[in-house]
Design a protein around this ligand. Structure first.
Ligand SMILES: C[C@H](O)CC(=O)SCCNC(=O)CCNC(=O)[C@H](O)C(C)(C)COP(=O)(O)OP(=O)(O)OC[C@H]1O[C@@H](n2cnc3c(N)ncnc32)[C@H](O)[C@@H]1OP(=O)(O)O
Length: 283
């Protein structure tokens, strides 16, 4: 697949655009407005510079990847895409609206994928006239670094669509794929989110400090970062949204977002992206 469109140039969208451009694809990123487009440009430029300065890619390859990425503020820019990856915020109404509009714009054989981590794919498929071409491709943050992509089939996804996105992720992007059924949280978040929520409850109850909880998992279990730093990386708004979707699907109390997490989201303490979450970050 050569022409890739990414909807949303936030943390995940920018990472997906970067890995696609580095793989030689022509990428168009659609942002809501010019300010969002500017933020996206700064984000991808910083990440490519980081990859080049650490020697992971050559400077000329980083420059070439940057040149392959175009930014637009209208969905119409996706008209020639072979594959669209929607990476908008985890808000169901927003995603359904995007899928409805994209379905009208795209060529009939284009695949419409979502990077959702928790919203049922079949709901997005059902608002289009191409439910067989709607599929989940779930990347992990930071997408340029982590090798995994979860491929999620809804009850209506065709085998051809699954094969096409698996080939794209594995052969073009060089990622490893795993397959999940269309259940809130899929494989990784179904395991990860209860762990992160347990750490938040542990802190909220005064059981241990944020520093000690994270040190416990980094020093005691060799995790690359502790659960609270990880929540800050994922974004506390995204963490709460994923937890809420999983809770709504399974009614399992362990999935319910704890009050501290909800209050931090209300306060705009969203983690790395706002400079403060469980820990402070230089911006
Ligand atoms: C909720 C969603 O639906 C699903 C999810 O995304 S769940 C979240 C999954 N993510 C994780 O679990 C992340 C776990 N943490 C990690 O892997 C590591 O801590 C980390 C990669 C974030 C940082 O690694 P660490 O060694 O502490 O820091 P650092 O040395 O700065 O970075 C390691 C490499 O990653 C790169 N990197 C780190 N953050 C990056 C970013 N945001 N963008 C691009 N590259 C990044 C660095 O350039 C560095 O590359 P190099 O070794 O070639 O120079």
């Amino acid at each position: 697949m050569q022409r890739i469109a990414v909807i949303g140039g936030g943390t995940m969208g920018a990472g997906i655009a970067e890995v696609s451009a580095r793989a030689g694809c022509d990428v168009v990123v659609v942002e809501a407005d010019e300010a969002g487009a500017e933020r996206f440009r700064a984000r991808i430029e910083k990440s490519l510079q980081r990859a080049a300065s650490s020697g992971r890619i050559l400077t000329e390859d980083a420059d070439a990847a940057f040149a392959r990425v175009e930014v637009a503020t209208s969905l119409q820019a996706t008209v020639h895409a072979d594959l669209v990856v929607e990476a908008a915020p985890e808000v169901e109404a927003l995603k359904l609206d995007l899928f409805r509009k994209l379905d009208e714009i795209l060529q009939p054989d284009a695949i419409l994928a979502s990077n959702t981590s928790s919203i049922p794919l079949v709901k997005m498929a059902s608002v289009t006239k191409r439910p067989d071409k709607v599929v989940g491709v779930h990347f992990f943050n930071p997408a340029p670094v982590l090798p995994l992509v979860e491929i999620v089939a809804s009850l209506l996804t065709s085998d051809e669509t699954l094969a096409a996105v698996t080939t794209f992720a594995e052969d073009q992007l060089g990622k490893t794929t795993i397959r999940s059924k269309d259940r809130a949280g899929f494989i990784v978040n179904a395991l990860l989110i209860p762990y992160v929520l347990s750490a938040i409850r542990m802190m909220e109850s005064g059981f241990a400090s944020a520093e000690d909880i994270d040190a416990g998992m980094v020093q005691g279990c060799a995790h690359p970062q502790g659960p609270l730093a990880l929540a800050d990386l994922i974004g506390l708004d995204t963490t709460a949204a994923v937890a809420q979707s999983m809770y709504e699907e399974f009614k399992e109390p362990l999935y319910a977002p704890p009050p501290l997490l909800l209050r931090m989201v209300d306060a705009g303490l969203l983690g790395r992206k706002t400079g403060r979450g469980f820990f402070p970050y230089a911006r």
